[in-house]
Write a protein that binds this ligand. Structure first.
Ligand code: FES
Ligand code: FE2
Length: 363
């Protein structure tokens, strides 16, 4: 895939290595002596130990098995079982992958294609790509609270996970205790605007929808607390999709404050997907607001584990032809854009169908 892919959050990579499987490859992220985040393949070329279980020493990653050390370029720089005067075999290296750190997000380039520096998807949707997005919020500034939630490994393939991220109709059934509580199951028809280059879309309320729903707010004490924290029926909202895999949900309230959820999806392997959810908001811009949002997100993910079972069940015994209705239209358009991009000619794929690439050497 010739794209920058989200690999995680900046604050995950401290003085410990972080191992992760992305695009069918085990990688390890760590910081070099300058504090720059680096990514290399995690399989030690000596006897195959997982470098992610090792330690970071002098800005290098040290294998836990026999202590070989690899720098941020993937080159072995130390073999403790021999004196420093003895030459290290030139093949003692692991692939290195370019990594960008931007606004708290880590972007990895795992493709063989030519690197497009400086074009990972932006926080603010299509703005960077010159695509008009309604009411673009600033995601940095004094009154903006930013949260990076713990990455979630979802046991479902990317396409199903992606579709699900744009599926509004499941909320009152699966997310009964969080944002689906007391929600009207009716889903209004959306107006969908696809970017001219097919790289994304924006879906928002269609004033001409044949039916309308009134936004509902949580009831009971949760509702009282939410109202105290500025939660009101939104006056504007949209969802945005951007290739390779970003989902934005934007809600704006009568006093001009907003909630923006930005989710990056990256395939781990053919059956698992990483979900990196972050939020930016000006509503309730304080620590209590952060605490509540973290709690709510944790509950949503807990509800989602049931959802994953349903998604997987559908995957193992799918109907030969899926039946869709109006409320599936946004998901279907997103799926179409993703599939069109995924099937477009890409840089050559290596090892037995793995989507990533021939890394390292070309870099
Ligand atoms: S397996 Fe890594 S140093 Fe031996
Ligand atoms: Fe869900």
């Amino acid at each position: 895939m010739n794209m920058w892919q989200c690999a995680g959050w900046s604050d995950e990579v401290t003085d410990h290595p972080v191992g992760r499987t992305l695009l069918n490859r085990r990688i390890v992220m760590f910081r070099d002596a300058n504090g720059t985040a680096r990514t290399v393949g995690a399989r030690c070329p000596h006897r195959g130990a997982d470098l992610a279980s090792g330690t970071v020493v002098d800005g290098c990653i040290e294998c836990p098995f026999h202590g070989w050390r690899f720098d941020g370029d993937g080159q072995c720089v130390r073999v403790p079982s021999q004196p420093a005067t003895v030459k290290i075999p030139p093949h003692a290296r692991v692939p290195a992958f370019p990594l960008l750190e931007r606004n708290g997000v880590l972007w990895v380039w795992m493709s063989a294609g030519e690197i497009q520096l400086g074009v990972p998807p932006s926080d603010a949707g299509g703005i960077q790509r010159g695509v008009p997005v309604p009411d673009p919020p600033a995601t940095a500034g004094r009154n903006v609270r930013r949260i990076f939630f713990p990455p979630q490994l979802i046991a479902a393939p990317i396409l199903r996970t992606l579709e699900n991220a744009f599926d509004e109709a499941h909320l009152p059934f699966i997310h009964r205790k969080t944002f689906g509580a007391d929600r009207d199951p009716l889903v209004e028809r959306k107006h969908i605007a696809v970017d001219p280059d097919g790289g994304g879309l924006v879906a928002q309320e269609d004033p001409d929808s044949p039916w309308h729903t009134a936004p509902t707010l949580p009831r009971g004490w949760v509702g009282v607390l939410a109202a105290m924290l500025g939660l009101r029926a939104p006056v504007a909202r949209y969802v945005r999709f951007e290739l390779p895999c970003v989902n934005h949900v934007y809600l704006e309230y009568p006093n001009g404050t907003y909630d923006l959820f930005v989710t990056y999806l990256t395939p781990a392997d053919d059956a698992h997907t990483w979900l990196f959810v972050s939020s930016a908001r000006t509503r309730a811009p304080h620590a209590l607001g952060d605490w509540i949002q973290r709690r709510v997100l944790a509950r949503i993910f807990a509800e989602g584990s049931r959802e994953t079972t349903l998604i997987l069940a559908a995957g193992s015994d799918s109907p030969p032809r899926q039946v869709s209705v109006e409320s599936d239209r946004t998901s279907l358009r997103v799926r179409q854009l993703y599939e069109r991009w995924d099937e477009a000619p890409q840089a050559p794929r290596d090892d037995g169908g793995a989507r990533a690439q021939r890394p390292g050497e070309a870099l």
